[in-house]
Design a binder for this molecule. Structure first.
Ligand code: PHE
Length: 478
């Protein structure tokens, strides 16, 4: 059967049928034969001739009903053809020997002696007027006539059509042709089937089905959601801030001296000609003092002249610590559990383990009893939530924390330790100017390297290359 027929028979659309047939073909249950056929259609003149007869035959028939000879113009008054068609009809009828035309005093006169029987060409036209006809269904005589008719303008058109003939090779297991009734499976039906009073046909639920790649969340988005949910579950609150920050929040408020190597252009992206005003002159004054001579908080400071212009240079934030310190300055709370998750930017060249932009998770806990030990507890709980049982800490240095430590997790998959960013207790040089009295535990680290472990990505760039094949195959977040 052809696809169109199958579609009508099964009351489905042709596209649906085409898919089903492809599927059955792959399972070798049907055989598909592609066929090309030529369909013959009648044009306007052809339809007219099919209904009223060929013009030359009509002319001859009319004349045969008249006695004697008639002048040609009078004949066409009766037939009502247009002038060219009439002249052509006269020519053809004469050629066929159906009419005689003579010249007389009144001009051309014509007559036809005998009544003309229906012509084979007229029979063929009638047959074709029933609808598009497969050329193969015509006899060789009909094809010969078709060839002459197709030379007449407006009679016939032909169209190539490709069809697929589908033939059933084998009935799929469990399909019963005699009772194809669809039923909703109920407990009582199952009971009846068990007693043998009805027969249910089997459905092979384990048979392979085509893979339809459906829309899914980006793996990185899934992972970030998991990170968020872990911290929300630990009672943290999320805060956010702009990607472009003043150097003030990124570095100065974090007691990072203005000549610190992290501030160099080769490490940090600066925005030319864009100033980020800090406002808050009281805070600026305190930060300046802390940098210059340690102010009155028992610090020596860095011993240089601090510049507001330098602090107001705009940077693509290099770490999310810029967000948490700003949160503290703007809220100066006695206690807080806050995290920030987002992109940070570093002027590095991209390779399989580094990108110029990546996601960082940052957290702070402000509380009276803050200690390194408590910080270890928070980090261990958080990292356990991300799937790491073994967590270790090693001493480290950051300008804004003291003591500082670098957390590391053990990856069973890689069989090695993975170092993660940093953590520590904010120095008084950081907390006092922003007006926070209680100690602050802080940490921050990049997330892509952990995501690589989660999703077995060999290359960090996989996450941002938008390769559909990879995105489709990457496993769900474990
Ligand atoms: N900001 C540091 C980094 O980007 C991490 C850090 C955050 C360290 C908070 C100490 C405290 O690596």
């Amino acid at each position: 059967m052809g696809l169109d027929e199958l579609a009508t028979e099964s009351n489905e659309n042709v596209d649906q049928i085409r898919r089903v047939v492809e599927w059955l073909k792959a399972k070798k249950l049907v055989d598909v034969e592609l066929k090309a056929r030529t369909l013959v259609f009648l044009g306007k003149e052809g339809r007219d001739a099919a209904a009223n007869g060929l013009p030359e035959a009509r002319l001859a028939r009319f004349l045969s009903t008249q006695t004697g000879q008639l002048p040609l113009p009078m004949v066409n008054v009766q037939l009502g053809m247009d002038a060219t068609a009439f002249n052509a009809a006269v020519g053809r009828a004469k050629q066929e020997g159906w009419i005689r035309v003579e010249r007389s005093g009144e001009g051309l006169i014509a007559s036809s002696p005998t009544l003309l029987p229906t012509q084979p060409a007229e029979e063929l036209l009638k047959k074709l007027s029933a609808g598009p006809t497969d050329k193969k269904s015509l006899s060789s005589e009909e094809l010969a006539i078709l060839a002459t008719l197709s030379r007449r303008p407006g009679y016939l058109t032909e169209k190539e059509e490709k069809t697929a003939e589908v033939r059933l090779l084998e009935l799929p297991p469990g399909i019963n042709l005699d009772s194809s009734e669809e039923v909703v499976l109920t407990a009582s039906l199952l009971e009846k089937a068990a007693q043998g009073s009805i027969r249910l046909s089997k459905l092979d639920v384990s048979s392979a089905s085509p893979v339809l790649p459906m829309g899914r969340e980006h793996p990185m988005a899934t992972f970030l959601r998991h990170v968020r949910e872990t911290l929300l579950g630990m009672g943290f609150e999320e805060v956010d801030g702009p990607l472009v920050q003043s150097s003030f929040w990124t570095f100065d408020a974090l007691f990072t001296p203005q000549d610190h190597p992290a501030r160099e252009m080769q490490d940090t992206f600066y925005l030319e000609d864009v100033r980020s005003k800090v406002g808050n002159p009281a805070l600026v004054k305190k930060v300046k003092r802390v940098h210059e001579d340690g102010w009155n908080i028992g610090s020596k400071g860095w011993g240089y002249r601090w510049s507001l212009a330098e602090a107001e240079r705009s940077v693509m934030r290099t770490h999310t610590t810029a967000i948490t310190i700003r949160y503290l300055a703007e809220n100066s709370r006695e206690s807080a559990k806050v995290f920030s998750l987002g992109k940070v930017f570093r002027n590095e060249s991209a390779n399989s383990t580094h990108l110029m932009e990546f996601n960082q998770i940052e957290g702070i806990v402000v509380e009276r009893n803050a200690s390194l030990r408590l910080l270890k507890g928070y980090l261990s709980t958080f990292l356990k939530g991300l799937g790491f049982e073994k967590v270790a800490f090693q001493p480290s240095f950051f300008p804004y924390t003291e003591p500082s430590m670098e957390p590391a997790v053990y990856s069973e998959k890689l069989g090695k330790w993975l170092e993660l960013g940093g953590s520590g207790l904010f120095r008084p040089e950081v907390t006092v100017p922003v007006g926070v009295k209680n100690p602050v535990m802080a940490w921050g680290f990049g997330l892509e390297r952990i995501a690589m472990l989660y999703f077995d990505a060999a290359d960090i760039r996989d996450f941002y290359a938008n390769r559909l094949s990879w995105l489709r195959e990457v496993p769900q977040c474990p």
